[in-house]
Design a protein around this ligand. Structure first.
Ligand SMILES: [Zn+2]
Length: 176
């Protein structure tokens, strides 16, 4: 598969199947197609099945395809990241929050960030860990799929540490 702007040859792992469907929708933890129920989504990822399902409409929008596909791929990287790197990423996010850094690098992370309460960070609740994961995937997509996007709302001061963290992370092969 060709990408409009990113080269992903630093990724290592067994194959991941990619399927295209029309009008995917998230409904009660499931991904539906050809159904009126649920809310429209661009993609769904099934880690254990090693499957990414993408909205076929993305094929007509290469930049958006990159952004969404890279986000989904990095869910596999997050799974393999290991606790120490995951905690390192969480420390970076916690430092941003202490500095009241607003915004995110994708809506998936942003709506979770908006729902965080103080105790979520301190206790590393499920809400916090889901936010950390989505933020990791959105940041990867921001780094690897170039171009501006309306969902890139993170304050400028917080972008540099994220870029540095990812440059360091991407300097070695990434397991997916
Ligand atoms: Zn995600």
């Amino acid at each position: 598969m060709r990408f409009s702007s990113a080269t992903l040859d630093f990724l290592r792992g067994s194959p991941i199947e990619v399927r295209f469907v029309d009008d995917p929708r998230a409904f009660r933890g499931r991904l539906l197609t050809g159904d009126e129920r649920g809310r429209p989504v661009h993609a769904g990822t099934f880690l254990r099945k090693r499957l990414i399902v993408l909205d076929r409409a993305l094929l007509a929008a290469p930049r958006e395809f990159d952004r969404i596909f890279i986000h989904e791929l990095f869910h596999f990287a997050w799974l393999r990241l290991g606790n120490s790197s995951r905690r390192d990423w969480e420390r970076l996010l916690a430092a941003e929050i202490r500095l009241s850094a607003k915004g995110e690098l994708g809506w998936s992370a942003e709506w979770r960030k908006l729902e965080l309460r103080r105790h979520d960070v301190a206790r590393r609740t499920r809400r916090w860990r889901e936010y950390a994961c989505e933020s990791f995937c959105d940041t990867a997509a921001w780094i690897l799929s170039r171009g501006r996007h309306a969902e890139h709302t993170l304050t400028a001061g917080a972008r540099r540490p994220r870029r540095q963290w990812f440059c360091n992370f991407l300097s070695r092969p990434v397991s997916i």
